[in-house]
Design a protein around this ligand. Structure first.
Ligand SMILES: [Zn+2]
Length: 466
């Protein structure tokens, strides 16, 4: 029997001393007891928190970190640079980049990631032979040890009523029917080689998916498949949606039958009061991405109001300008305080739930069945039946010394992560050599993507010249 003994466990109910976990063969919690004595063979840990979920990532945006602040570009200018990086990625580079970025995530305390993936095809739109880009992600997850929910994304239009631009053509499948065909084939492909990967789905946004296509996907996807969608990140999306459909993006999702407990809406920054009611009543998950929303100047979404209306709040790193679950939790509360002029909006335990449990549910990893549903709606991590994914944290670092353990989420950073365990397997232990190796891997693949991106841009310009 694999067993862990934790000197101190911090969860959504508070702190628990001397907690012993016994695990089953699948890496789930089989038994949990506080006030326990460690036994011979137990893995002993110090201060332990549940593993964090990055419920919204585009891993390839990591290439842009620390390089887009000089030109004074807005969201749309940033997006232009992002397309250049995307064009440079083939399955081999995508896999190497994914290994490096997932490695950074693991070392920062993320034990699960929802990769919102739309780099499906060759530049130009021709399919690869055997789901090569998706398999690259699955292999990278297996190599690093992070849990992957692959949110394969339907992307049909370049804007409402507009065709895909040439550089977007590799994102698209032409129709919702063809995407569904590919999604089913991908499910079969992953079931054979990568049974640990959860295959989810995503609608890119109301900008990229017409309502008929959304309705078809909502009707055809099995009910236990997590479904994600970008929602109202920019005021322009709302304006265009109103002009075309006479509805807000939230109302459009509702009319297409997409709202429900399996749905996660990402950002939800610019909402009307009635949108908040619709989303709360439907019990959706809302994935806030505080570091990205701040970086891109999106605005501050009404996270607390959505939570109070009945939505579950999870967190994502989105463009990966920051990979640090503690900074996302702190950013969620900071946004609420700055917007309201008051402290203590989300309690530390609620922030922990947003960083850990809620993200697991959003990614179809909640509860023993591995899928979200009423039986897994309890919001306390590491109960019997749950995946045993944990992070061990330094409570005596210059950042955390003196902090109340229950408030560590507002004091620590990713630099305080000592070790990370997924399903009872240690996947990370901090050391200087490990830090250096992660940094070197990132630097090498980013340089490679840059070089490939430059030759891609030359080709692109030549073609346009012709
Ligand atoms: Zn996104």
């Amino acid at each position: 029997v694999t067993a862990y003994w934790c000197e101190l466990l911090v969860d959504e109910l508070g702190t628990h001393e001397r907690v012993r976990f016994e695990l089953d063969d699948g890496g789930h919690v089989a038994a949990r007891r506080s006030g326990a004595v460690p036994q011979i063979g137990d893995q002993r840990l110090g201060t332990v928190l549940p593993g964090f979920a990055d419920a919204h990532s585009h891993l390839f945006h990591r290439v842009l970190r620390g390089r887009t602040h000089d030109a004074g570009g807005d969201f749309w200018a940033w997006r232009e640079r992002m397309y250049r990086a995307a064009a440079a990625l083939d399955p081999h580079r995508y896999r190497r980049l994914a290994v490096a970025v997932f490695g950074e995530m693991i070392a920062s305390g993320y034990t699960a990631v929802g990769e919102f993936h739309y780099l499906h095809h060759r530049p130009g739109g021709e399919p690869y032979g055997d789901h090569d880009m998706e398999v690259a992600l699955a292999e990278a997850a297996a190599e690093t040890g992070i849990r992957l929910t692959l949110l394969d994304t339907l992307y049909l239009t370049g804007g409402i009523g507009e065709p895909l631009s040439p550089r977007q053509s590799r994102f698209g499948d032409g129709s919702a029917e063809r995407w569904l065909e590919r999604w089913r084939a991908l499910r079969d492909r992953l079931a054979v080689g990568h049974p640990g990967v959860v295959l989810g789905a995503a609608l890119h946004s109301v900008r990229a998916v017409p309502p008929e296509a959304m309705a078809l996907v909502a009707a055809e996807l099995p009910a236990d498949v997590p479904l994600h969608v970008h929602l109202s990140e920019q005021p322009l999306e709302n304006e265009q949606c109103l002009a075309r459909y006479g509805m807000t993006p939230t109302e459009l999702l509702a009319s297409a039958g997409v709202l429900g407990r399996r749905l996660s809406v990402v950002h939800a920054t610019h909402l009307k009061d009635s949108d908040i009611t619709l989303l709360g009543d439907a019990g959706v998950s809302v994935v806030m991405c505080p570091s990205t929303e701040a970086d891109l100047g999106d605005g501050i979404g009404p996270a607390l109001r959505l939570f109070e209306a009945g939505a579950r709040v999870a967190l994502g790193s989105d463009q990966n300008a920051v990979i640090d679950p503690f900074l996302e939790m702190r950013g969620l509360e900071a946004g609420e305080r700055l917007a309201s002029g008051r402290r203590g909006r989300f309690a530390p335990a609620s922030l922990l739930a947003a960083g850990a449990r809620a993200g697991y549910v959003s990614l179809g990893l909640g509860g023993s069945s591995g899928s979200s549903g009423p039986s897994s709606s309890h919001e306390v991590s590491l109960q019997p039946g749950d995946l045993f994914d944990v992070v061990e944290l330094r409570s005596d670092s210059p950042r955390t010394a003196g902090a109340e353990p229950s408030q560590l989420v507002l004091a620590a950073t990713a630099a305080d992560v000592v070790s990370v365990h997924v399903g009872g397997r240690r996947v990370h232990h901090r050391s200087e050599q490990r830090e250096e190796a992660l940094g070197a891997a990132l630097a090498a693949i980013i340089a490679d993507v840059d070089a490939a991106g430059e030759s891609e841009t030359e080709t692109h310009t030549e073609t346009e010249g012709v």
